[in-house]
Design a protein around this ligand. Sequence first.
Ligand SMILES: [Zn+2]
Length: 241
Amino acid sequence: MPISIMSIPVLQDNYVWVLHDTTGEKTAVIDPGDAAPVRQFLDAAGWSLDLILVTHHHHDHVNGVADLHSHYGAQVVAPAAEASQIGRIDIPVHDGDRVPFGGEEILTIATPGHTAGEVSYYLPHPAALFCGDTLFSLGCGRLFEGSPKDMFHSLARFRELPDETLVCCGHEYTESNARFALTVAPENHSLRLRAEEVRKLRQQGKPTVPSTLRSERLCNPFIRADSAEQLGQLRALKDRF
Ligand SMILES: [Zn+2]
């Protein structure tokens, strides 16, 4: 594979995702909530930084952007709809926009719900979805600025993507998401297996993501919800969990 995908744990439970194109020696990061660990990672690898992709305006996703932009001169790609909150953007993106990287085109998918202007980014080869705080493994983002209907439609956008797509989300929330998911779907055998796998991974201090869209379609009650109403009920239960 010409593009490899890595993650850097930052802050309390955030992940900064790293894309590296080995052929063209290009590197991109997604949602750098902190600059120092990203710089350390890039220094250790001997890489520069070409592209910074941002899914939404929350501080734990953008706090490292200004530093990384000025240090490496990397271009900032971010949702046009959140330009006033994010600040400097070189390439403002809308739904359907494609951003060239490493001989591939990264597709922008508008996924409002967690914030009003949030976007997700889809890399076709290898298939990977950078979904910020929209979809988590076994969960979905809190509805700070959008409605259950917004989130339902956003998650539905991922239906067109292949099963093997890696789900590269913004947080390590899987263990607590699993505990909640088991309360609403205790009979789901795939979920029980996944919850056990997650428990073991966390016990060993290992990340539980990326997962795959196949796994989320089998196990995640939010992406499995049949209607906006059902998703809204699940989200309200989870908020009080
Ligand atoms: Zn957020």
